[in-house]
Design a protein around this ligand. Structure first.
Ligand SMILES: [Zn+2]
Length: 350
């Protein structure tokens, strides 16, 4: 029996060595996430095809195996490699798990690195970079941005009291749904307030959400009142994102309604903060029109945050709230005119 156990232990050891092929990289998502929480470090998740994907091999050779990267990672990161090899495939179960994760994180090519906080908040994507120093600089920029947001969230969430009221008395059958929206808004109100903070800003202390008959509409907001269409939400109950969009309007509280940017910021909050793991809005460069705002505008803002200025939404929000918004602000905040930025954004979609 002892012999058998010893043999078993040897086999186990062999298995785990061959799985953790790359030094320092974990291979199981839940283990890695637990480790990230325990050590309070960000998680870098590599989606790779180690034996067939040429850019994956280059990323390994040029960045991931370099001492500069390894030293940085040892101090700051939990590393997870999810391999999709053509030869020596892992068990069917493991393959299915990895495919589900590739789907969850909308992986469209290899190699892709997904960056997650210990709370599993998705804060960016990276790919092949030739120089390890550029690679680390890019990572630090993204980590810095999420840290700033996180700090604002922590601070703001503690500093004000508020109530989310719900009214639905004509529609008792919607009580459960209204209560679930109330809970989501309760959680997200201080987060949105932190995301869209500005000096001296005090969010409304009471938000009222009313369900009413509006067969053709979806939702609307006036001041600190949100109106939801009973007809729309009876059919589209899962669309909590539409309620978050309205809640963002309550927080915005801009004295002047500049439609495209007000709607773009509200949809940016919804799509990139509340639903970061949902499929990204597909924007057609031929049809893109900033004046329509909403999803296309939100995608434009996300592109500006990533490529030009991680603080741009915060700064635009502050200007709008102080009633000082003008298109020329883009020169100052992103280095080019709004028109040129739109051209560059459209070109990036092709
Ligand atoms: Zn709106």
């Amino acid at each position: 029996m002892k012999k058998l156990l010893a043999l078993f232990a040897t086999v186990m050891l062999l298995c785990s060595t061959s799985q953790a092929a790359e030094e320092g990289w974990l291979t199981d998502y839940n283990d890695a996430l637990a480790q990230a929480k325990k050590e309070n470090k960000n998680l870098m998740v590599l989606f790779t095809g180690s034996d067939w994907c040429i850019w994956c091999k280059r990323l390994q050779a040029d960045v991931l195996t370099k001492d500069e990267f390894k030293d940085f990672a040892k101090e700051n990161l939990i590393l997870l490699a999810l391999d999709f090899p053509r030869e020596n495939k892992p068990s069917k179960e493991v393959q299915a798990e990895r495919r589900a994760l590739a789907e969850k994180y909308q992986i469209e090519g290899y190699p892709t690195l997904v960056l997650l906080t210990p709370e599993e908040k998705d804060f960016g994507r990276m790919g092949y970079t030739k120089e390890v120093s550029d690679f680390l600089a890019e990572y630090k920029k993204l980590a810095q941005a999420v840290e700033t947001t996180q700090k604002a969230t922590d601070k703001q969430a503690l500093s004000f009291d508020y109530t989310i009221r719900i009214r639905y008395k004509d529609y008792p059958e919607m009580e459960g749904w209204m209560k679930s929206m109330q809970a989501i808004c309760k959680e997200w109100y201080p987060i949105l307030a932190a995301e869209l903070n500005s000096e001296g800003f005090k969010p409304a202390s009471t938000v009222t959400i009313t369900l009413q008959s509006d067969p053709k509409g979806v939702a609307g907001t006036g001041g600190d009142h949100i109106y939801l269409s009973k007809e729309y939400f009876s059919k589209n109950g899962t669309d909590a994102g539409a309620v978050i969009h309205e809640l963002a309007h309550v927080i915005q509280a801009y004295p002047t309604y500049v439609p495209w940017i007000t709607e773009s910021i509200a949809d940016y909050m919804r799509l990139y903060k509340f639903e970061p793991n949902a499929p990204r809005p597909k924007v057609d460069p031929e049809r893109f029109n900033l004046q329509r705002g909403y999803k296309g505008g939100a995608a434009f803002l996300a592109w500006l945050v990533e490529k030009k200025n991680p603080e741009i939404v915060v700064k635009l929000n502050a200007a709008l709230r102080a009633d000082k918004y003008k298109d020329e602000l883009f020169e100052e905040l992103a280095g080019s005119s709004l028109e040129d930025l739109v051209k560059e954004f459209k070109a990036s979609l092709k």
